[in-house]
Design a binder for this molecule. Structure first.
Ligand code: ATP
Ligand code: MG
Ligand code: MG
Ligand code: MG
Length: 436
């Protein structure tokens, strides 16, 4: 993309309404615009980031055997009356009435709908297990939408739902999802720690929130220093092998880690003081086992091995896709702007032509652009070098390919890495090989 033609409205001034750094940077870098309280439009660069995150989430869901579906945003109130949640959910639910006076709602989550879909499609225990997921907009009428897309009212969530014939099967599904989440966050370039979370009336220990550490996070967190060193990627874990899954699961959940809601003072006191880490964090994901809560209340069953009806055991698993855009920035920025992890960035690199109109600079830039135009943002504007450097740092491209008259004459370009600010003068081919 050529910056001279891009819809890329960066702001020089800090927007007054933004209280935290990710919100300021998202507005300044031209990623989103607010259109109503807690409701955002995604501009081209922001949409590229959102799609990159969604794609990584999707690939890791697929990899553990979850299957993608797409459910509507609007749901019938009837569904929620069957589970008993229509009245229980309260004012966070946006309720609507259509022209025939039928009650609808904009889905804040989809347990009821997916349970109904599964129930009307599956007859026998042989059709299970199943894990289905979608990446779809949700609406929750938050009392205090704030921090930009981090606590929006309309937001993009990946929500998955598992159905198993028994508790053991549900545990396997839960562990597979734990693995998918660890892989996902690792690929997104963030350290998200799985912390014990509330299970409500279900009890047990199968509920974890995934927390990215950040001083502006809304949860207080307490964890073992071991999480700072842990290499949990589990590349080799065979998701069909219960023993391998169990070993992986133990490795990532045995150390102490809890949010303030579930903080256990006696376990904390038992931890060596130099292992205790305390701080704040952002909830970017949540996995949850809740047994037969919905299959029973909605009366969904399949025929079991002995012919008797059984209610499938369920879990649900969310990732805040749009919240992650802000959370990643909270975890990865400096005074100059965003530092996108590779894989999330809207473009891999910025190409900075320091002297448009100079024949050698234009030639080398056009050559690079012809080869890699899809993956880079070409700053071909007739502006000062300082403006280009500032905008590239603000937008946070992992690499900057800097082309000036002296280098162009010698066939070299300067390669800057945004992560650590290092710069190197390299022959063109070598610089390109490092980036693409
Ligand atoms: P929170 O505690 O932040 O209100 P939650 O526990 O209500 O979140 P879940 O029901 O667990 O949220 O939903 C799954 C994920 O959706 C969360 O882990 C979070 O990443 C994301 N999410 C929830 N609410 C919002 C929101 N208002 N804006 C953006 N993302 C959200
Ligand atoms: Mg909430
Ligand atoms: Mg929460
Ligand atoms: Mg939650």
């Amino acid at each position: 993309m050529r910056l001279s033609r891009a819809f890329q409205p960066t702001l020089k001034e800090n927007p007054a309404e933004a209280q935290i750094v990710s919100h300021r940077l998202m507005l300044r870098a031209g990623l989103v615009r607010q259109t109503a309280s807690g409701i955002y439009a995604w501009l081209p660069a922001g949409l590229r980031v959102l799609r990159n995150i969604a794609q990584i989430v999707r690939e890791e869901q697929d990899r553990v055997g979850a299957q993608e579906v797409l459910m509507p945003t609007l749901q019938s109130a009837e569904l929620w009356k069957r589970s008993g949640r229509y009245d229980a959910y309260g004012p966070e639910m946006l309720r609507l009435v259509d022209r025939h006076e039928r009650d609808l709602l904009y889905g804040p989550t989809n347990e009821e709908m997916i349970t109904d879909i599964l129930g009307s499609s599956v007859r026998s225990y042989k059709d299970l297990p199943q894990t289905l997921y979608q990446i779809q907009w949700k609406f929750r009428d938050e009392v205090r939408p704030r921090f930009g897309v981090m606590r929006g009212r309309e937001f993009l969530m990946k929500d998955a739902y598992s159905f198993d014939v028994d508790y053991d099967g549900a545990v396997q599904s839960y562990r597979r999802m734990m693995l998918a989440y660890m892989r996902t966050f690792r690929r997104l370039g963030v350290a998200a720690i799985p912390m014990v979370a509330d299970t409500g009336p279900i009890g047990g220990d199968l509920s974890h929130e995934f927390i990215i550490l950040a001083p502006t996070g809304e949860s207080g967190v307490f964890f073992d220093a071991g999480y700072e060193e842990m290499d949990w990627v589990g590349e080799a874990v065979d998701v069909e092998d219960p023993a391998a899954l169990a070993a992986f699961y133990d490795r990532v959940t045995t150390l102490y880690a809890a949010t303030d809601e579930k903080h256990d003072i006696s376990a904390w006191d038992a931890l060596a003081p130099d292992r205790r880490r305390e701080g704040r964090g952002i909830e970017v994901g949540h996995i949850f086992y809740f047994g037969t809560k919905y299959t029973k209340s909605m009366d969904i069953s399949v025929a079991g091995p002995d012919g008797a009806a059984l209610h499938p055991e369920m879990g649900s698993y969310g990732i805040g896709v749009s919240r992650l855009v802000g959370a990643i920035i909270e975890a990865s920025h400096d005074e100059a702007g965003i530092k996108w992890p590779v894989g999330v960035a809207p473009w891999k690199a910025a190409l900075l032509n320091l002297k448009p109109g100079d024949a050698a600079c234009d030639a080398i830039c056009n050559d690079i652009y012809a080869r890699h135009g899809e993956d880079l943002l070409y700053d071909d504007r007739p502006d000062r070098a300082g403006v280009k450097f500032a905008d590239a740092d603000l937008m946070g491209h992992p690499f900057q390919l800097i082309v000036g008259p002296r280098g162009a004459a010698a066939g070299t370009v300067e390669l800057k890495r945004r992560a650590d600010g290092t710069r190197e003068e390299l022959p063109l081919a070598e610089a390109l090989a490092r980036v693409f």
